[in-house]
Design a protein around this ligand. Sequence first.
Ligand code: ADP
Length: 327
Amino acid sequence: MKSIRKIGVFTSGGDAPGMNAAIRAVVRTAVYEGLQVTGIYRGYQGMIEADFVEMNRRSVSSIIQKGGTILKSARCPEFRTKEGRQQAYDNILRQGIDALVAIGGDGTFTGADLFSTEFDVPVMCIPGTIDNDLYGSDYTLGYDTANNTVIEAIDKIRDTASSHSRVFFVEVMGRDSGCIALNAGVGGGAESILLPEIDSGIEGLIEELSLARERQKSSMIVIVAEGDKNGGAYNVAKAVKEKFEYFDVKVSILGHLQRGGAPSSFDRVLATRMGYKAVKELLKGNNRSTVGLRGTEIITTPLEEALSNKEFKLDEELLEIANIMNK
Ligand code: ADP
């Protein structure tokens, strides 16, 4: 195996808080190990356009606390073509990059696996997405921060909801994954949680709300994941209003504010541990794998295994807990 002298690091796909902390850890661990580091702007797009920057310890000063990604991110359809990937390979060869650390989600991992296999470039991935829907890690970077953001919003909405006896429908991110909705719903004490994974229909919710009303709850908060099968918070609120005219119904779509903000302490430490591990593993000869948190340990999982386990399951016990807590 060719020895590694220069690592290329990039962020790709949806951004997430903690990505900067991961970049910092990759750069500083690599420099500590005597390696050079090239930052690649805008993920695969920057690879195709040779949008590179040489990085050192100082390039990553004061970024651990920042949301977003200093290397920017992009979606790059061209990378899905053989010609695009060939162009990317020619550029990284010219730049002297002989291994990659990719920070991103499922799509980023898929591209990294393909590229590494086609051109025999060692690659390690770091799971960065607020959705927490990647196999191989109990937590993805940004998930904890996003949960904290949502809980803070729920607390604030609760104040106004209680003052006016309103029913609030709060839509949170999660097109296919109900992780944020379930977790933040439990943490925020929501009266009901609608998840993409469970097609519960509107009747169950209406029953829950009427029971809560009978118990004279002063406010009700329903968390709706954006991928909920009833069509999102507006549709759910409309259906409830039609049934119960007397409910004062309000909708709040949290949207992209869930993607931003300073990473939580948990995400900063996790990102730092993952960045360190990714570089160390590359140097040990590990390849085409992702780092991840399992329990309290940072482990690695082959990309092939991570990508073939797409069926992500919600925590059954937490679902039951949610149902008990809102009774
Ligand atoms: P995320 O990494 O957050 O899941 P995307 O799904 O947009 O975000 O993926 C990020 C990028 O990864 C895409 O824009 C594309 O450049 C690359 N990618 C995704 N899937 C593939 C694929 N099947 N083949 C090659 N590249 C891919």
